[in-house]
Design a protein around this ligand. Structure first.
Ligand SMILES: [Ca+2]
Ligand SMILES: [Ca+2]
Ligand SMILES: [Ca+2]
Ligand SMILES: [Ca+2]
Ligand SMILES: [Zn+2]
Length: 630
């Protein structure tokens, strides 16, 4: 074997020498003048950490309105976020109430869009609130908010489905902060208007957040058990710990036992041949009215998502439908708002839970036209990518039958392409394609939440049951994400809905061509493009005459319009002529990713303006001049 010394060996020798020298010096030199006590007293400067940040992708580090998105807010909290956004971004937002809930809480709407800063002949023109400049005037090109394609987004129609409210508030927060920073968001707010309603059931939200257990309903007293009394027997926080939890009783005849591995979090059925330990007694409470049942009639007892005026059915067919369509102030307020905003071209409602992107119809055989469904499917497929473990589904077929649901009213009643997202899936606990088992979930509480998720069982003397125990899972467990997974849930769902909003019709008069036929006689060809996926009027809209048709018109001071028509074949130049009023051509719809062509024959000279006026596509004008003249 050769005795060759290679370089690393030399380094090792040098390192050994160095360590020996350091050891020698540290023994003979006097101790350092700084004591250990002095070292531990040194502290970093307690300045504002927000001034020393580096942005993660997705949101700017600098925030005019800082909001912690790892917790939930009650109605006043959501309102405060909207109010601060409105104050910080007055040029992008309007904040108003669309009506009041049964208990007189305001249903807030944050309207977000780029607003015109009116400029005329070089000076600012002040406009009073609600006043808008004339179409075609010179004002920054962002358009009248009331005529932009509108994206309606609401949440929390079911009071306990609370993270829906945060998704909608996050959307407003994100859009305001990213306007002018991200090209996509800037274009969205220039061309579209967002109507953001974080909660349309503020009574149910506050009831759930401030202690209630069952708050799907609105809060109008309702006789659930038909005994002539309303809301006479709700759950009670018997032991006063601030939670409505579960009751159980140690019982040799009970059929439940503690889970051997997770006794703190899980009760399981005893095997058929095995004695049990406990009887489960339902939610915490007593029999308030002495009818022999416990907690049988809590606040409310109906379902606002069964109260809409399409395919509505009475309570004996559709439980929770309430008295008649739009009988409730919350659903009525939304309906009146939507009817007052015919520019709403797409809509989204957020619920929980299950990880679903749901679309109409709510019942078998309910209306859904092929052309419209194809568009919804394309958007939902994008959603399945944006939202891991979410599935695109049809309500009646893949979930259950819903009569009088919000989605059906938006789509079938108003012709608006709409989705309902069921937020949050437990697949996100471990990011697995399979639903986690009960044991997996208990392990998540134990090892990831370090026990936060369960209320320890404690003894209680119950008037009916005697010695019992109260405890079990916290109500935040199951349908809403834990703190650190919430922000992801908010952002991804928003991203899906922004894609949906981006697919609303985007019209441009892309081309005006003139052809001289004789002296003073011209043919004018106009091309109107829809640069996005959703048509100006859905097939449902056209078939039911919900919105007025789109109108392409021409105007010129020195112009007579002799005839006009819709071009049915642009290569063979086939025209379907209009019978009356030749200066305007009505179009049923301008399809997604396509163009409509219109022809006018005019006599005259000079300049002219073409206008396309579409309820859901907005108003667009383009001017030109007839050839051979100035
Ligand atoms: Ca009752
Ligand atoms: Ca009730
Ligand atoms: Ca009772
Ligand atoms: Ca009770
Ligand atoms: Zn729901």
């Amino acid at each position: 074997m050769s005795q060759q010394i290679n370089p690393p060996y030399v380094w090792r020798i040098k390192l050994k020498t160095f360590i020996a020298l350091w050891f020698f010096l540290s023994v003979i030199l006097p101790p350092a003048r700084i004591s250990l006590a002095q070292i531990t007293e040194r502290k970093p400067k307690a300045s504002d950490p927000a001034e020393h940040t580096f942005p993660a992708l997705g949101a700017s580090a600098e925030q005019k309105v800082p909001v912690a998105w790892n917790r939930y807010y009650d109605h006043a909290g959501l309102g405060a976020i909207l109010a601060r956004l409105h104050k910080a971004f007055p040029e992008l937002t309007k904040l108003y109430s669309i009506g009041k809930s049964y208990q007189k809480r305001d249903i807030w709407c944050l309207e977000v869009t780029a607003r015109p800063a009116p400029i005329a002949t070089g000076r600012r023109v002040s406009l009073t609130a609600g006043q808008m400049p004339e179409v075609g005037s010179n004002w920054c090109g962002v358009g009248d908010p009331n005529r932009k394609p509108g994206m309606y987004i609401d949440g929390n129609i079911h009071g306990n489905e609370i993270q829906a409210g945060e998704v909608v508030a996050y959307t407003g927060w994100y859009l305001c902060h990213q306007y002018g920073r991200l090209e996509k968001v800037t274009a969205l707010l220039n061309d579209r208007v967002f109507y953001l309603l974080p909660t349309i059931n503020p009574d149910g939200r506050d009831f759930w957040i401030h202690g209630g257990q069952f708050a799907r309903s609105g809060m109008e007293p309702t006789d659930d058990d038909r005994d002539g009394l309303m809301d006479e027997d709700d759950c009670e926080d018997l032991n006063g710990d601030g939670f409505i939890a579960q009751m159980r009783k140690k019982d040799p005849q009970g059929r439940f036992k503690l889970h051997p591995d997770y006794p703190k979090y899980l009760m399981v059925r005893a095997r058929p041949d095995e004695p049990g330990q406990y009887t489960l007694l339902g939610w915490e409470g007593i029999d308030n009215d002495g009818d022999g049942r416990i907690n049988e009639d809590g606040p409310g007892g109906y379902d606002l998502n069964r109260n809409w005026a399409y395919d509505w059915q009475p309570d004996y067919i559709q439980h929770g439908a309430k008295d008649y369509p739009f009988s409730q102030p919350e659903t009525r307020a939304v309906a009146e708002f939507v009817l007052a905003h015919p520019n709403i071209a797409a809509s989204q409602s957020y619920h929980n839970s299950g990880g679903m992107i749901l679309r109409s119809p709510g019942r078998e055989g309910g209306p859904m036209r092929n052309e419209d469904e194809q568009v919804l499917v394309v958007i939902a497929e994008r959603g399945e990518k944006i939202l891991p473990f979410y599935r695109s589904m049809i309500t009646w077929k893949d979930l259950y039958t819903v009569w009088g649901g919000e989605d059906d009213w938006f789509y079938a009643g108003r012709g608006i392409l709409s989705f309902t997202n069921e937020l949050w899936t437990p697949k996100n606990l471990y990011k697995t394609a399979d639903q986690p088992s009960d044991e997996d979930e208990a392990a998540f509480i134990e090892y990831v939440l370090l026990g936060d998720g369960a209320i320890p069982w404690g003894e209680y003397d119950h008037p009916t049951y005697g010695k019992i125990e109260i405890g079990g899972q916290k109500k935040q467990w199951g349908r809403i994400p834990p703190s650190f997974l919430l922000e992801e849930e908010l952002h991804r769902n928003m991203a899906f809905t922004l894609y949906h909003a981006d697919m609303m019709p985007l019209l441009r008069i892309s081309d005006i061509e003139t052809e001289k036929l004789a002296d003073d006689l011209f043919r004018i060809w106009v091309t109107v493009e829809n640069q996005r996926l959703i048509p100006t009027r859905t097939a449902q809209d056209v078939a039911n005459h919900i919105s007025p048709p789109d109108v392409v018109s021409i105007r010129g001071d020195q112009l007579d319009v002799l005839s006009a028509g819709r071009v049915t074949d642009r290569f063979f130049k086939r025209i379907e002529a209009v019978k009356r009023r030749p200066h305007r051509v009505e179009l049923d719809t301008i399809g997604g990713m396509s163009a409509a062509h219109v022809q006018f024959v005019v006599k005259g000279k000079g300049s002219f303006t073409v206008t396309v006026d579409s309820a859901k596509g907005g108003v667009h004008t383009k001017s030109s001049t007839l050839p051979g003249q100035t």
